[in-house]
Design a protein around this ligand. Structure first.
Ligand SMILES: Nc1nc2c(ncn2[C@@H]2O[C@H](COP(=O)(O)OP(=O)(O)OP(=O)(O)O)[C@@H](O)[C@H]2O)c(=O)[nH]1
Ligand SMILES: [Mg+2]
Length: 336
């Protein structure tokens, strides 16, 4: 079937653009008619099959790109569910765009439209946030929010609720953690041990890390953006001193600054006071003036260190608190 010349239909990718089992592309043609012709036309052009009244669910060919499920979930609204390969999704979106469908980012879609099955607007907001949350620790807490808001009625959040909400937001958007200290104290080895993979090259050579490196690390349920920085020393060359200056900016702006040293070195002089002091390589010699003492080689102290980092960023008391969390995007109007 030919491309619809004035197709008013919009589509957006409801799942992240990364490999997954199934991807969901939502299509919306507006809800003016019980059977909106442009949705029918779009789905017919895509699948080669005609007749798409509400509540139709079919497994069909998707423009020769993949085979998947198409469901008309509301008047004028459908979900296209191919396999979750990135290339499949990109080709399907391109095909939809060739059919005259306007592709829009999912962020522009109202939560109630993204989740028509939600029982209230706060439940729709919760589902949007759940889909974006980085930390597994967010899940139970978010799922309980509609009940908490319903039961609290119209009472506004207290200042204490707001401060706690601000910390809990770190479960949605990963906070930044920077580890900084003298060269060769084990910063990169610790980073790799926490990540369970190589984020940074570690070697018995001062100045091994040149530019800072970064990766997301799951600290027992709290996902953080971790930055490993070049060892602080009188720079041997221009590039190294520029890399150290770049890392200094990170240290000023991060959510948690960790100073690291070992028994052989002094504490570093950082651009701002650190939030936490960790002594590394404790199997070679420990020191008593640190908040945590670890050996990335033997694993000693790592669990306790992770607990302390978590506690500084999202305290256990916040996670256990029964109060409400104002989790939705700040500034967006919302009436519970
Ligand atoms: N025995 C022991 N050796 C360690 C430990 N952690 C790191 N090392 C060794 O110490 C050396 C330096 O480790 P790195 O992790 O590269 O140190 P760094 O602080 O990142 O160094 P720069 O990148 O130069 O700033 C390497 O040979 C590591 O294998 C530890 O806990 N115990
Ligand atoms: Mg390093």
């Amino acid at each position: 079937m030919a491309t619809h010349p004035s197709n008013p239909t919009r589509a957006w990718l409801a799942t992240p653009l990364c490999p997954g089992g199934i991807a969901v592309i939502q299509v919306d043609a507006g809800a003016e008619d019980i059977r909106t012709p442009s949705l029918d036309a779009t789905l017919e052009a895509l699948t080669g099959r005609s007749g798409w009244p509400p509540a139709t669910v079919r497994r069909c060919d998707l423009a020769g790109i993949d085979e998947g499920v198409v469901a008309v979930v509301a008047p004028g609204g459908a979900m296209i569910m191919p396999h979750g390969g990135v290339r499949i999704v990109q080709r399907l979106l391109l095909r939809l765009s060739e059919l005259g469908v306007r592709l829009v980012p999912a962020e522009e879609i109202a939560p109630e439209q993204l989740y028509p099955e939600a029982a209230s607007s706060i439940e729709a907001e919760m589902l949007v946030t759940l889909a974006r949350a980085a930390s597994p620790l967010a899940i139970d807490l978010l799922l309980d929010q509609p009940r908490r808001w319903r039961e609290a009625g119209p009472r506004p959040l207290t200042n204490e609720d707001r401060a706690r909400s601000h910390r809990l937001d770190r479960l949605v958007r990963p906070p930044s953690v920077v580890v900084a200290g003298p060269a060769n104290v084990g910063k990169s080895t610790l980073t790799n041990a926490l990540a369970g993979r190589t984020v940074s090259i570690a070697a018995d050579l001062a100045g091994t890390t040149r530019d800072y490196t970064t990766g997301t690390i799951d600290l027992n349920g709290l996902v953080v953006r971790w930055f490993d920085t070049p060892g602080l020393r009188d720079a041997a060359d221009e590039i190294e001193s520029r890399a150290i200056a770049l890392a200094a900016n990170l240290m000023r702006s991060c959510d948690l600054l960790i100073a690291m040293t070992d028994a052989e070195h002094d504490w570093p002089d950082l651009p701002r006071p650190p939030d936490l002091r960790v002594a590394g390589r404790c199997d070679l010699g420990a020191r008593a003036d640190a908040d945590a003492v670890v050996s990335a080689k033997t694993g000693e102290g790592i669990e306790a260190f992770v607990r302390i980092v978590r506690e500084r960023l999202v305290p256990a008391a916040d996670l256990a608190h029964e109060g409400r969390w104002g989790f939705w995007d700040r500034g967006r109007a919302f009436a519970p």
